[in-house]
Each structure stands twice: as C-alpha cells, then as structure tokens.
Design a protein around this ligand. Structure first.
Ligand SMILES: C[S@@+](CC[C@H](N)C(=O)[O-])C[C@H]1O[C@@H](n2cnc3c(N)ncnc32)[C@H](O)[C@@H]1O
Length: 198
C-alpha cells in the first residue's frame, strides 16, 4: 500500500497522478471535509483551543502536529482560527507536518508560508515560517522524525489518514464478535483482493 501511495516512482501521492490532474477537490478523484468548507478546520481550531485549556493553558511548549495533511487546508484554517486566541497562539512553539509526498509538502508550504517562502533542509526535515506569524513550520516524511521532548505539549491531528495505511478491517457479526479481516490475494484470480478471516 505504501508503494502504491507514496513510492518514489509511481506513487499515487508522489507524482504518478500526472500533470493536469488532482487528487483532491471537485475536479479531482475525491473530496475531504477541509476542502468542502473552511468551517471544518475552524471548528478543529476551536477544539485545539479547548484541549489547550483543559491541559491547564500552558504558556509555551505547545506543538501542533498534523499527519497526512493533503493540501494543507486543514492546518491553514486551524492556524488562522487560533490567531484569534492570543494566549494559545503565543504558546505554540512549532507546527509539524508529517507528509510522505514531496509534491504535497511543497503545496502545503505554499499555502501555509507563501509561494516564495524558502524551505531549509535539516536532519529533522524541511523548515519554513508561517505566513500568519513567525511560527516555525517543519515538514518530515515520518512521525519518527519529530523530536521527543517530555517538556512539550503536543497535539496531534490526522484527518482521512488512517485509510491510507494497510491496517486490518473489522466486521461485527451476529454473535457480536468482531472478526479481524485481512486483504489477501486470490491465487486463482491473480490480482484480485478478497477479505478473509484469520
Ligand atoms: C486522503 S489524503 C488526506 C488529506 C487531508 N488530511 C484531507 O483531509 O484533505 C492522505 C494524505 O496522507 C498522506 N500520506 C499517505 N501515506 C502517508 C504516510 N505513510 N506517511 C505520511 N503521509 C502519508 C498523503 O500524501 C495525503 O496527504
């Protein structure tokens, strides 16, 4: 699945889709909530503020992390909303964007930092600065690259991301038992996947 979606050559999110086509939006292959209305991201922004309040309103050390950010629309709406809550806005140390696709990292950088903003590379990832403030935004292609620091307060959001991972599906059957299912290849019909119980 990772090969199909994000392989260096031929990945759906990494260039294989071809010029003139788009994954997202009305003219693309599918649409997601942040792309339908800015209200979705604004509500997630308010949810972040509520979570920050429930954590005792830390005055610094807050990190916002998004995994699989697509066009960056959700984080853009979140950051624009949080700007209105000055105490929380000033508590954010950095935004981390975990994105496997180089093409989408560039699209996200253009939206969040501006078309002309530079991206500086380090061993952590790629760095730029938010267009709304001087907040650092850091891209990485894996969540493992985000520095661990017990003194920080990270908030993580992932929207329409887990369906991009090869995880198990579960089916609730009459006996109320949840059956774990796998996608397997049917040897008799090469290339056809089918669901199977272990
Ligand atoms: C279905 S899109 C969702 C985009 C966005 N969250 C939205 O709701 O519009 C999945 C996103 O996850 C990214 N992605 C897929 N596999 C990934 C992986 N293994 N690590 C990081 N990002 C990944 C894709 O490049 C894309 O940005």
């Amino acid at each position: 699945m990772r090969m199909c979606l994000t392989a260096d050559v031929g990945g759906y999110y990494t260039g294989a889709i071809g010029a003139g086509r788009d994954q997202f939006g009305k003219k693309g292959d599918f649409i997601t909530s942040p792309e339908i209305s800015q209200v979705f991201g604004e509500l997630i922004g308010i949810w972040f503020v509520a979570e920050w309040m429930s954590q005792g309103r830390p005055r610094s050390g807050v990190e916002l992390i998004e995994v699989g950010p697509g066009r960056g629309t959700l984080m853009d709406d979140v950051l624009r909303t949080i700007r209105n809550f000055k105490d929380m806005a000033s508590a954010i140390d950095a935004v981390y964007m975990v994105e496997a696709s180089k093409e989408l990292r560039v699209a996200q950088k253009s939206l969040l930092c501006g078309e002309d903003a530079a991206m500086r590379e380090s061993k952590e990832g790629w760095h730029s600065t938010c267009k709304y403030s001087d907040l650092p935004i850091v891209w990485s292609d894996s969540i493992k690259a985000i520095p661990h620091n017990a003194a920080k307060t990270p908030f993580i959001v992932a929207h329409e991301f887990f369906d991009a991972l090869p995880i198990h599906a579960f089916q609730v059957v009459e006996s109320a038992l949840a059956l774990d299912q796998y996608i397997v290849s049917d040897a008799a019909v090469a290339g056809n996947g089918r669901l199977a119980h272990p």
